[in-house]
Design a protein around this ligand. Structure first.
Ligand SMILES: Nc1ncnc2c1ncn2[C@@H]1O[C@H](COP(=O)(O)OP(=O)(O)O)[C@@H](O)[C@H]1O
Ligand SMILES: O=C(CO)[C@@H](O)[C@H](O)COP(=O)(O)O
Length: 480
């Protein structure tokens, strides 16, 4: 029995699944926490990966591995392959002004946004790597001058697993690179002119910066580090976390995943690239050769973490309170922009409770408003997706907060559709494992693994909750 490892290096933690390459059966599992914050030394991801690998029984008997990772984070490397500064993560909003400047440089407003959507598939927001590079060039020019290679979290971890030292050995895949902001997702080519613009350097100089080689969906990224005893290990190209989840869920056209981890993500497989000048949809690629349009919010599971903390309960307690309240929370709406927001693009926003009254100022309604506000933001993303002609036949709910009974039961009322909840699991890591098995097999198609049982939740839609949210989502203060 050949074993494969799938790794999910996500915002809050690293998870490793070891699965049977043929059947997909789970054999071992390990996980380790990542540090808090939106600026993280990549060494912390490497340390967490090693702890998680050890907990999962190591790689000695594993034939292939692949890494799925949080997207967009800027890992800037110098000529010796050393990390220049802590990585700025996808949820770090300091590059919001840089995003605005980059749009302005292409005509500004709707023209500039449309041009970026045409060039790359996405309109720059603070999350995208290209804006972080511009921030680096302006705020830390000394560091910017030292940049010899730019990698993203999963690229860097794959490189570390391989034990390679040469920058030229860095690899990535279409799903990851499509979220950089300097890659033409429709054509599948780097845009060195955009890299140059971000760093305020000539295109000639930009071409001397090493960008990871973009691998095909089942192309080998190399082998494991011989020095660490992983020389036998075949490495897959890896993927951005949402593309890996799509692979883990076996999504095809018409399937939608709603992931509620640190980020809230609505994603769908599309046979054609999506270019949305409004910026609500990011036109990324998937891990199989197709496309994966996404709507991503900055405020996912932590909305519920914060609400539970505020109410002095655990997650089960929060779900109980929310389910004890009536839909609409007695007129209370949570605008959930606790960490600023990305979709819609409001990086300086804060959250607010709107409609508070004596009737709603109680734990049940506050909990209900938290769950409804979180889901309404995602429902707006789903609506933007359908507006772009992305077919929606089924919706699966995944990510840490999909374990909440309140999220499961309230989701169909807000989305106005049945919601399928697969067994709790690590679908990003599973997708990475499935990719590793695919690379190992050398077949044209990814192996058919048994999919997990799903539970379907149905409920009457509560249009009025969405309408109240739509009328109030602009009612927030900006952070000072
Ligand atoms: N039962 C639950 N209800 C609500 N949130 C939960 C529950 N279990 C875990 N979470 C939250 O899910 C998040 C972790 O989910 P995960 O998908 O692993 O995040 P990420 O991929 O961003 O690291 C944490 O914020 C955690 O508090
Ligand atoms: O920014 C994106 C995708 O565009 C996020 O999906 C990140 O990739 C982080 O994912 P989680 O760790 O929150 O799951």
């Amino acid at each position: 029995m050949a074993l494969v490892a799938g790794i999910d290096s996500s915002t809050q933690s690293c998870k490793v699944v070891i699965r049977d390459a043929e059947t997909g059966a789970l054999v071992r599992f390990g996980s380790a926490k990542h540090p808090e914050g939106t600026e993280v030394n990549p060494q912390a991801w490497w340390d967490a990966l090693n702890i998680a690998l050890e907990e999962a029984g190591g790689l000695a008997d594993v034939a292939a591995a692949a890494v799925g990772g949080q997207q967009h984070g800027l890992v800037a490397l110098d000529a010796d392959g050393e990390v220049i500064r802590d990585a700025l993560l996808w949820n770090d909003t300091r590059s919001a002004d840089a995003a605005e400047a980059l749009i302005a440089e292409y005509g500004g407003g709707t023209d500039g946004a449309a041009e970026w959507a045409r060039m790359t598939g996405s309109v720059p927001v603070a999350s995208l790597t290209v804006t972080k590079l511009r921030w680096l060039a302006d705020a830390e020019p000394e560091n910017a001058r030292r940049v010899a290679a730019v990698a993203l979290p999963h690229d860097w971890l794959t490189w570390k697993l391989s034990g390679a030292a040469r920058l030229e050995d860095l690899t990535t895949d279409r799903s990851e690179v499509s979220g950089t902001g300097y890659f033409d997702t429709a054509l599948g080519e780097y845009r060195y002119d955009l890299l140059a613009r971000a760093l305020r350097i000539s295109e000639e100089l930009a071409r001397s910066i090493v960008l990871p080689r973009v691998l095909g969906p089942r192309e080998q990224a190399g082998t494991g580090d011989a020095v660490r005893g992983w020389g036998h290990l075949v490495l897959g190209p890896g993927a951005g976390d949402n593309a890996a989840a799509a692979l883990g869920l076996g999504m095809t056209t018409g399937d939608v995943a709603i992931s509620i981890g640190t980020s809230g993500v609505v994603s769908a497989v599309s046979p054609r690239p999506i270019q949305d000048p409004s910026g609500l949809i990011a036109g990324f690629a998937d891990a199989t050769g197709e496309f994966l349009p996404l709507a991503v919010t900055l405020n996912g599971s932590r909305v519920l973490d914060g609400a539970a903390r505020m109410l002095g309960v655990d997650h089960a307690g929060l779900a109980g309170l929310a389910l004890a309240a009536a839909p609409g929370a007695n007129g209370l709406t949570l605008v959930p922009y606790l960490e600023g927001e990305r979709t819609p693009n409001l990086p300086r926003a804060t959250g607010s409770f709107v409609g508070l009254s004596l009737a709603s100022m109680n734990p049940n309604d506050v909990a209900r408003a938290a769950v409804e506000g979180l889901l309404c933001g995602l429902a707006d993303g789903l609506e933007a997706m359908t507006a772009h002609g992305v077919p929606v036949n089924s919706i699966q709910l995944i990510g840490g907060a999909a374990r909440s009974a309140a999220v499961q039961q309230i989701a169909p009322t807000i989305f106005g559709r049945d919601i399928q909840v697969p067994e709790p699991g690590e679908y990003v890591a599973d997708g990475a494992a499935r990719q590793a098995a695919w690379v190992l097999s050398g077949s044209d198609a990814a192996p058919e693994w048994t999919t997990s049982a799903v539970q379907t939740f149905s409920a009457a839609p509560t249009r009025e909750v969405r309408e109240a949210y739509a009328a109030r989502r602009h009612l927030f203060a900006e952070r000072g």
